[in-house]
Structures are given as C-alpha cells and as structure tokens.
Design a binder for this molecule. Structure first.
Ligand code: FES
Length: 345
C-alpha cells in the first residue's frame, strides 16, 4: 500500500515477449475491438477499396454498388489467396490473384474459372468472410467480432475529447510509417506517459509547460494535456484510444496513428498527417511539421528497442507505476489484463 492506495505494477515482462501471448492478444483484443483501417476519402465511389493487415488479420473495406461500405477478410474462399492488394485501389469486381475466383462487391462468389461449366454452386455459401464496418467523422473502422457493439461505444470518450477539433475540415497531407523491432505495447507504454519527456525529448520539453502536464483516463481513452509555450508547434493535446490509436493535435493540424502489431517483437506505426487548409501553410511547411513530429517520435525508438531486449532478458519481471505520471499505462495495462483474462467490456 502507498498512502492508502494500492501500488499498481506494470504488465509482466513476458507479456511483451511471448509469442503465445501475442496470439491471445490477436484474438482477445484485435479480434474484438473496433480498428481503424482507412478513410472515406479513399472510398469515394463504388469499387474503391482500402486494404491492410492488422495484427495478422488481412482485411479490406470496399464501397458497394449501393454506396454503402462493406468489409471482408482479405482471404479467398478457395484456398486462401489474396483478393485486394494493401493500400487504396479500385476494382469493378473482386478477383482472387491466385486462380481467378470472382466475387461481387457484396462478397458473393460469382464465378470460379476452370470448374465444370455445368458446375452449380451456392455463391452465397461461398461469400467472403464478412467484417463489421462503420465510419466516424470520415475514419473507417472495422470489427472482426460479429457480436460487437456499435462503433460509438468502441470510441468511448474519444468523441467528446475531439468535439472541438474540426476534423472534417482538415485535409490529408502525408503518411509516414515505421517498421520497428519491439512489441506494440512497448511503444504504447512510451506514448502513454510524459514522465520521460524531460529526459528523452529536450525540444518537446522546451515547447510544453511540463508542470502543467495532466493525464485523464476516460472510457476507452487516455487524454494527455500540457500547456504549449508561446511559439511552439504543439497544441498540447495528445490522445490515445484503446487499443491502438493515438491522435496528436498541433496548432494547425493533427496526426492520427495506427499502432499495428506484426509479431510479439515487431510493429508498424502508421501516421497520417492532416492540416487546416485555412492555416496558410505551404507544402514545405507541412512537410517540416510532419518531420518534426516524426523526429520526436523517433527519439524514443532506440530506448524502446533497449527496453524490449531487457524485457526479454529474463531479469526484470515488473515495476511500480507512478500514480502521478503513469496512470495512462495503468489503464492500458488493466485493459490488456482484462482482455487476456477473457473479460468483456
Ligand atoms: Fe483464390 Fe484459388 S485461392 S481462386
């Protein structure tokens, strides 16, 4: 006990290293939560698709002929070939790259070349594996769990935390991604505390009033605020949403990041940068702003790699979290523990 409050400890080191734990996380976290896959600007007309892999689940969303979004596992019903290449593209019908099976935009199998001409088959029975899809302020989320509740519940307090942010008015500028050699939670832990900022980010620390740094956990979110100092680029609002998104708000824009696990010790970070078109920034200025953000984020990568190695070394098991600085981690870790224990939320 500490001052009447229970001391909260970090997740066990094995949670960050064990491939079996990662497989359990795939099912109990990424197989059940609403996951950001793309943006409606990439899905303007019927046949427009966005595909990507999240925690080993290949997925795509497509604008149907009726104008509605539908989403599927990017896995052919024949022998598991790929249907849509990663990224944004367009197709009049969904054709498997392996043996040419053809699906309609609603996922129903239309043709399977090479089978007997009188071959009768039930196209609906061989439909693509469906995935739930919903949009929030232009961002397209998918959920692999057919029993999942609505996206609004999955967003929790993100909606109110971003109510004053004119998301729809901001224009996409650029995407930056990083392939990194540590666990997705090692990165998330790092994002979820400002404790390290004075030691690891001298430039960022100079732009923020660190004494004002506050963390507030809400439903599905951890909200970090720090008053920006005059002349700095930062808006002083940093959001994290369970399980794998962050939003950083700046003076003339914001970035939204997807934290994408690749294995127990690798992840990809994908940042999309948006800017206020009325802010009068040139493309070069936007590039510099995005590069500054990426530079700050990258300052943590070497430490995250070291932490990952130390977590795997078999000496450290867990340590106490600061009630003042690391309550964001405490919430995140409680969600991971709950998910691995099979708790529903
Ligand atoms: Fe798709 Fe064979 S795996 S057509």
């Amino acid at each position: 006990m500490n001052g009447g409050r229970s001391q909260v400890y970090a997740l066990d080191a094995r949670t960050y290293c064990d491939p079996d734990v990662y497989q359990r996380e795939r099912q109990s976290i990424f197989g059940r939560e609403w996951l950001l896959l793309g943006h409606e600007r990439e899905l303007a007309k019927p046949g427009d698709t966005v595909a990507g892999t999240i925690a080993g689940f290949p997925l795509f969303v497509i604008r149907g002929k009726d104008g509605r979004l539908v989403a599927f596992h990017n896995v052919c019903r024949h022998r598991a070939g790929i249907l849509v290449e990663d990224g944004a593209s367009h197709c009049a019908a969904i054709r498997c790259r392996y043996h040419g099976w053809l699906y309609d935009l609603d996922g129903r199998l239309q043709r399977r070349p090479g089978f007997a001409e009188d071959d009768a088959f039930d196209g609906a029975a061989l439909s693509l594996y469906p995935v739930k899809v919903e949009s929030w302020r232009g961002f397209v989320f998918v959920n692999l769990d057919a029993a999942a509740g609505p996206l609004a519940a999955g967003l929790g307090d993100l909606a109110t935390a971003t109510a004053d942010l004119a998301i729809e008015r901001y224009a996409f500028h650029a995407r930056k991604s990083f392939d990194l050699a540590f666990n997705w939670k090692t990165y998330t832990d790092n994002y979820l505390e400002g404790y390290h900022i004075p030691y690891m980010h001298k430039g960022l620390a100079a732009d923020l009033d660190m004494a004002s740094y506050r963390v507030e956990n809400g439903e599905q979110v951890s909200i970090h605020r720090a008053s920006p100092k005059g002349g700095g680029a930062y808006g002083g609002l940093f959001l994290w949403r369970w399980p794998n998104n962050t939003i950083g708000v700046y003076g003339a824009g914001f970035n939204i990041c997807r934290i994408l696990p690749l294995s127990s010790d690798r992840l990809e970070l994908v940042f999309d940068f948006y800017f206020d078109p009325d802010a009068g920034l040139s493309d070069a200025e936007k590039d510099r702003a995005a590069a500054t953000t990426c530079g700050v984020v990258a300052e943590d990568f070497p430490m995250c790699e070291v932490v990952q190695r130390n977590l795997a070394a078999g000496v450290y098991t867990s340590g106490p979290l600061s009630p003042r600085h690391e309550q964001g981690l405490a919430y995140f870790h409680s969600r991971v523990r709950g998910a691995l224990a099979g708790e529903t939320t």
